[in-house]
Design a protein around this ligand. Structure first.
Ligand code: GLC
Length: 565
């Protein structure tokens, strides 16, 4: 049956896809936030051995790789993005030996391992920063960071008007060894995350050495933190605007620290190092830049991938999805790259909750300001099920954030006293921060921590809501129609029908319905409209977001299907 039509058909193709292409061009990567994934030693904080114990779960889910958020020695002021020692593991997470065992056990199960590289800043507990604070202004120790004299008569005004991404000024004044007020240092994030000076040769050499340290231990790649922020305008001009927001991709041109051209030689240096190693090692950039700037980051001698944050921030709206998909595919084609799709991560409100909010809601503000009764949790849940077939049906690579396979929503009602994200304090309680998407994973239907803490001997580091029990892996495994089983079957079917080529052809479809065909003939249908959309007659259903699709031969609102026509 041919569906009712009033939309035009276009074609969008990304070249370069074949079965011999490197794994990451179409790989599905599962993001593990180690603090919240699984706790093996019973202290309420997730750890490397907890992750090791769950590797068979990830193998059964069918992912190609894991990306592990920072697991290095850290005071954990910013969840580990404040690294004190890049060559060791945070004691609360385990040991270097545990990490090495994890890497080899993952490999035995056919799962690749991507580490997080945090090059924009160290922790203030890093040896280099401690050394810098103890040194005189103008010394080599200080030159690894950005120390500047203050402005004003007594130097008591910050060197520029830049604001931290987390809130407050991005400069903190130091105290000289003799107790007098000293220079200021730059931190685009928390004051305990001093920015490194990437014009400094020692800094560049150190990160090449850190890359080698982990490559030598067998890791398959790196997710690079704040990839668009390393290079600063060394004349330190004022910005003239009050926001340092990383989420805003509409930054002005020639911004003093976001997306400067000087980041690219650094990337090329790293790429040359990775290319020396066997086995398709890769790097994925966290670069919050305008869509037209993204291809610069994935040129053949730079990053292999860069997250598509424009897709992540799309509203539940067919035009918005389709326009972003077309733009992203076209941009990737310019540099013979593929698109890296992602719906959620440890920095954003989980997508079942985002899609349950009316269009136009600023979801970060909504967390604190509400009104919370505008959330349609059921619609959000249905949309999350529907959208995963869109994402996994698209050409390119996809990243899944831990717990999304369970359909976990944002825990938006965490009480202020448990909030840990520095955003909460630095914004002086005006932004709630990112804890709501970092609540630990429920593994069992019952127990004080739903099995997150081995033996349930302690409370999880963030409180877990009662509603997590029925969403636990235990409650969903083997249950037909569960979110977990939907992800498992989608990942299995994807390998057969959606990984062989990287072409996409839009099909004629009713208004508000996204429909496209992949090279071999499998089709993706997603109903983003408010009405019912029939599926082509005689089609074979491969996977459906909801059980009724098979019975009805049609998609109700917020449903999707993969079919063979
Ligand atoms: C990135 C990370 C985020 C962290 C920030 C500073 O945006 O994803 O979690 O807070 O960088 O490192």
């Amino acid at each position: 049956m041919t569906p009712a039509t009033n939309a035009s058909s276009t074609e969008s193709t990304v070249d370069g896809g074949d079965m011999l292409a490197p794994w990451w061009r179409r790989g599905v990567v599962y993001q593990v936030y180690p603090r919240s994934f699984a706790d093996a030693n019973g202290d309420g904080t997730g750890d490397v051995n907890g992750l090791r114990a769950r590797l068979p779960y990830l193998a059964e889910l069918g992912v190609d790789a894991v990306w592990i958020n920072p697991w290095y020695t850290s005071p954990l002021n910013d969840g580990g993005y404040d690294v004190a020692d890049y060559r060791n593991i945070e004691a609360r997470f385990g040991s270097l030996a545990d990490a090495e065992a994890m890497i080899s056990e993952a490999h035995e199960l056919g799962i690749r391992v991507i580490c997080d590289l945090v090059p924009n800043h160290t922790s203030s507990e890093h040896e280099w920063f401690k050394e810098a604070l103890a040194a005189e202004p103008g010394t080599a120790s200080r030159a690894r960071y950005h120390f500047r004299p203050g402005r004003g008569e007594n130097g008591d005004e910050p060197p520029t008007d830049w604001t931290s991404v987390f809130g407050g000024p991005s400069w903190t004044r130091t105290t000289n060894v003799d107790g007098t007020p000293g220079d200021w240092y730059l931190h685009l994030f928390d004051p305990t995350q001093p920015d490194m000076n990437w014009t400094n040769a020692e800094v560049r050499a150190e990160f090449v050495s850190i890359l080698r340290f982990w490559l030598d231990r067998g890791v398959d790649g790196f997710r690079v933190d704040v990839a668009h922020g390393l290079a600063k305008d060394m004349s330190f001009p004022d910005l003239g605007e009050a926001t340092g927001d990383i989420l805003v991709s509409e930054h002005k041109d020639n911004h003093p620290y976001w997306d400067r051209d000087d980041v690219h030689p650094i990337i090329r240096e790293w790429r040359a190092v990775l290319d020396e190693y066997e086995g398709d090692r890769m790097m994925v950039a966290e670069a919050w830049v305008r869509p037209e700037r993204l291809p610069l980051y994935v040129r053949p001698d730079e990053y292999h991938q860069s997250f598509d944050f424009d897709f992540l921030t799309c509203e539940w709206n067919a035009d918005s999805f389709r326009n972003t998909i077309d733009t992203s595919l076209a941009q990737a084609r310019l540099v013979n790259s593929t698109v890296t799709w992602v719906l959620s991560n440890h920095d954003v409100v989980r997508h079942p909750t985002r899609y349950g909010l009316p269009q136009g809601t600023d979801w970060r503000r909504w967390l604190l300001d509400g009104p919370h009764d505008i959330l349609d949790a059921e619609a959000g849940k249905a949309r999350a099920r529907a959208v995963i077939l869109l994402v996994l049906g698209l050409p390119g690579s996809s990243y899944l954030y831990q717990g999304e396979e369970l359909g976990l929503p944002e825990v938006w009602d965490l009480p202020p006293e448990v909030l840990d994200d520095p955003v909460w304090t630095l914004s002086e309680g005006t932004r709630k921060g990112r804890d709501g998407c970092r609540v630990p994973i429920p593994w069992t239907a019952d127990g004080a921590s739903f099995g997150f803490v081995e033996g349930d001997t302690a409370a999880a580091w963030l409180p877990m809501p009662a509603s997590f029990g029925p969403l636990s892996a235990e409650a969903q495994a083997g249950v037909e129609g569960s979110s977990l089983e939907l992800y498992r079957s989608a990942l299995a079917v994807r390998k057969m029908h959606f990984a062989a080529d990287e072409a996409l052809t839009w099909l004629e479809s009713p208004d508000g319905v996204l429909a496209f065909q992949r090279g071999s003939g499998a089709q993706v249908w997603v109903n983003v409209s408010g009405g019912t959309a029939p599926l082509p007659e005689g089609a074979t259903l491969l996977v459906a977001s909801h059980a009724e699709v098979a019975k009805n031969g049609a998609l109700a609102p917020n449903q999707s299907a993969w079919i063979l026509p």
